[in-house]
Design a protein around this ligand. Structure first.
Ligand SMILES: Cc1cc2nc3c(=O)[nH]c(=O)nc-3n(C[C@H](O)[C@H](O)[C@H](O)COP(=O)(O)OP(=O)(O)OC[C@H]3O[C@@H](n4cnc5c(N)ncnc54)[C@H](O)[C@@H]3O)c2cc1C
Length: 255
């Protein structure tokens, strides 16, 4: 699959939760090629401040309209700059980058923590009309605005919050064994904080359910040249999150 750099006009930029934005870009070229799990690498200013592009997962694609969206949280200078782009502004966008999810399954369980829920929207869209259950976790009710995002795509939504303000109190992994006991899942797809992914990988292994995880590392070039985003593989070899991932089979990166 070839990557490209396009000048993509902003179709819409809106704040969907506190400091969380959905950015929709028009790029028929990117939307034709993108698969769930891939990301785009955005130049957020014209004066190269910050110098590096910022990676964001593709969170949905509308091929008919030629648009794709990302959902991102403002955490620093780059994402703050990005949030100032208005409709019709042009963004320099490289993509689609990385390896996506393997879609060969019948009864998947999606698990997302915090902003890790962003790439799973596109995945859920592509997995339809298969029966879809999602387990989502966040700090509190405000962080789980994701319910409304997934309401029309997923058949069942399971929720945990750290403070118990919505769903079960605790972490996603606290209720995962119970869900797997009761369900007939043949695949787990997970994205979120690394400790969560590590725990999910261990539980998936115990239940013998193939599991894919999407990793995030600090990233610079995004195309496999600079090696800043590497992580350890279970075979002792390094993996580049930008080109070998960001999606990996759990066994590749977690023992
Ligand atoms: C493949 C990939 C996909 C991503 N998809 C999304 C997405 O869909 N939505 C979203 O909100 N974010 C996503 N991120 C994270 C996003 O790229 C960073 O939040 C962003 O680059 C921060 O830029 P900044 O200049 O605003 O913050 P900076 O000033 O660069 O950093 C602010 C803070 O965020 C931390 N940070 C920065 N980058 C990362 C990272 N990659 N992983 C963990 N912590 C980081 C820094 O350590 C620092 O504490 C993704 C990252 C990767 C690698």
């Amino acid at each position: 699959m070839s990557k490209m750099i396009v000048k993509a006009p902003v179709v819409q930029q809106r704040e969907i939760a506190k400091s969380v934005y959905q950015l929709t870009l028009h790029s028929p070229e990117l939307t034709q090629q993108a698969v769930p799990g891939q990301f785009i690498h955005l130049r957020v200013t014209e004066n190269y401040q910050p110098l590096l592009r910022r990676p964001l997962s593709i969170s949905s694609v509308n091929r008919d309209a030629g648009t794709l969206s990302t959902i991102y949280r403002i955490v620093g200078q780059g994402t703050m700059q990005l949030s100032t782009f208005k409709t019709d502004a042009i963004i320099d966008c490289m993509g689609p980058l990385g390896k996506g999810f393997d879609l060969q399954c019948h009864t998947p369980l999606l698990i997302g923590g915090g902003m890790g829920l962003a790439p799973l929207v596109f995945l859920a869209q592509r997995l339809c009309p298969r029966p879809l259950e999602i387990l989502m976790g966040g700090r509190n009710e405000q962080e789980l605005f994701w319910q409304t995002v997934y309401r029309d795509i997923c058949d069942k939504i399971h929720i945990t919050t750290d403070d118990g303000s919505l769903g079960r109190r605790g972490f996603t992994v606290d209720i995962l064994p119970d869900l797997l006991d009761k369900g007939t899942f043949d695949r787990i797809y997970a994205c979120g904080p690394r400790p969560m992914l590590e725990a999910i990988a261990a539980i998936a292994k115990q239940f013998a359910i193939p599991c894919q995880v999407s990793l995030e590392e600090h990233m610079a070039c995004g195309v496999g040249a600079c090696l800043s985003c590497t992580c350890a593989g279970t075979d002792g070899k390094r993996r580049k999150v930008c080109t070998d991932g960001p999606v990996f089979w759990a066994g590749e990166v977690f023992g």
